[in-house]
Design a protein around this ligand. Structure first.
Ligand code: PGA
Length: 456
């Protein structure tokens, strides 16, 4: 090919002339930088390479990280992982090789990304999120094989490719898509969902949790130290204080649940002591008062009972009963005391959400993206919940990574609520810090969910 043929084939003369003209029109002080950026925008929008690796999550358990390359740069994402709660959530592919990471390695999922997924997605435009996600879904034969059965139970969903492999790629593509459009990630997500304006969510910050580890310096700490000594300030997996009282609290909550259950079914009634749950909630209440936030902070508990809602400003109760206890969850919802959130009950599964909406079982969704599998499906279930006038909480997992994607997701989908643990461990902080950056970036345009947190 001659030089002239080459120039003609790539229309180089015209493209360079356009860039120079644009620089002149803009009267830019740095024309070379301007021209180079201008030319970059003319580069085709395409995924050029996908590379996955095994990394560790906040519990030291392997998980998948993906670097997705386009002509514009490299975009990285990693997936969180929680305690699997059964047959209705998308499946993480794990190696099962006992000698390595207790069988929890993800080298098979990594291989799936580096081979099958990569082959299918190279060349695709990263801003076309639903096409990318659909291509990955089509790759997973388990979905087709199980057919209509999967419409009810998703026990094989993505079991071949792995929801962990797919989600890492889906999130990385979402980040690349935002960069391609030259908009912030939360805005790209808002555009994908068809939802207009981003909203900064109310954070449900963990204060008390079960577990053990190191301490920190939150307002609640001084109250706990006063009453339970410094060992009371150990922190749990999600960064919440894990003092003895919180272990007692957890136990008491379980007991209280039984009490609630029995009060709903009086024939089996037997009362349990309320002392410890009140003690735990008193600690939090006093910490709020001491920090100067009296009346401005409401409480959310992951399991609950009606009795303490009367004395404490409880606004939200998550997963009050067993994952298959539709009946009692509905009875609690019908009391109309506060938001009742389905976590294990729903498993972010569209069919379970549909059933709960129809039967009025609960009135909020806890969205765990790794239970769903792709960004597109996550957007769909949020829409489903919002169309039913439900609240939506975007949630972290107990095993997290430093990826802050869920912060942008909560803002972009205007869910109004996010649960990302306590602001004291890096992987939890990553989400809260990203919210702070988004708030700064939005400036005067920032809308905070405030009192409108259930229906922003
Ligand atoms: P997970 O739960 O263990 O399912 O991730 C975490 C949570 O609900 O906070």
């Amino acid at each position: 090919m001659s030089v002239q043929e080459y120039l003609d084939k790539h229309m180089l003369a015209r493209k360079i002339e356009d860039a120079v003209n644009a620089a002149v029109r803009a009267k830019t002080t740095d024309p070379v930088l301007f021209i180079s950026n201008h030319m970059k925008k003319a580069v085709p929008s395409a995924i050029t390479k996908i590379k996955a690796r095994q990394i560790l999550d906040s519990r030291g358990i392997p998980t998948v990280e993906v670097d997705l390359y386009t002509n514009k740069g490299m975009y990285r994402a990693s997936v969180p992982s929680g305690v699997p709660c059964g047959m209705y959530e998308a499946v993480e592919v794990r190696d099962g090789e006992k000698g390595k990471y207790l069988g929890k390695g993800v080298s098979k999922a990594v291989k799936n990304v580096n081979e099958k997924i990569s082959e299918a997605l190279i060349g695709m435009d990263p801003s076309l999120q639903s096409q990318i996600d659909q291509t990955m879904m089509d790759l997973d034969k388990t979905e087709n094989k199980a057919g209509s059965f999967l419409a009810i139970a998703r026990n094989n969903l993505y079991a071949e490719i792995g929801a962990n492999a797919m989600l890492a790629v889906s999130i990385a593509a979402c980040k690349a898509g935002a960069a391609e459009k030259d908009v912030p990630l939360y805005q790209h997500i808002a555009d994908l969902s068809g939802k207009g304006d981003p909203v900064l969510p109310i954070p449900a910050i963990t204060v008390l949790s079960g577990g053990r580890h190191a301490g920190n310096n939150l307002a609640a700490q001084s109250v706990i130290v006063d009453k339970h000594g410094s060992c009371g300030c150990n922190v749990g997996e999600d960064g919440g204080f894990a003092s003895n009282v919180s272990r007692t609290l957890l136990l008491s909550v379980c007991l209280l649940l039984e009490k609630l259950q029995r009060s709903i079914l009086p024939s089996k009634a037997s009362l349990w002591p309320l002392l410890s749950i009140s003690e735990g909630l008193d600690l939090v209440k006093e910490a709020i008062d001491r920090a100067g936030y009296k009346g401005r902070i409401k409480l959310a508990v992951d399991v609950g009972a009606t009795e303490f809602c009367i004395d404490y400003p409880i606004a939200s109760i998550e997963q009050p009963f067993d994952k298959d206890d539709w009946e009692h969850t509905k009875l609690l919802s019908n009391l109309g005391i506060c938001q009742v959130v389905g976590d294990d009950l729903l498993m972010s599964n569209p069919k379970r959400i549909e059933k709960a909406i129809k039967e009025g079982t609960c009135n909020a969704l806890l969205l765990k993206i790794s239970q769903v599998g792709t960004v597109t499906e996550a957007i769909e279930v949020v829409k489903q919940a919002k169309d039913a006038q439900w609240g939506v909480i975007v949630s972290h997992r107990s095993g997290e990574t430093e990826d802050s994607f869920i912060a942008d997701l909560a803002v972009g989908l205007a869910t109004g609520q996010i649960k990302a643990g306590a602001p004291c461990r890096g992987e939890r902080l990553a989400k809260y810090n990203q919210l702070l950056r988004i708030e700064e970036e939005l400036g005067d345009q920032a809308v905070y969910a405030r009192e409108n947190w259930r229906m922003p």
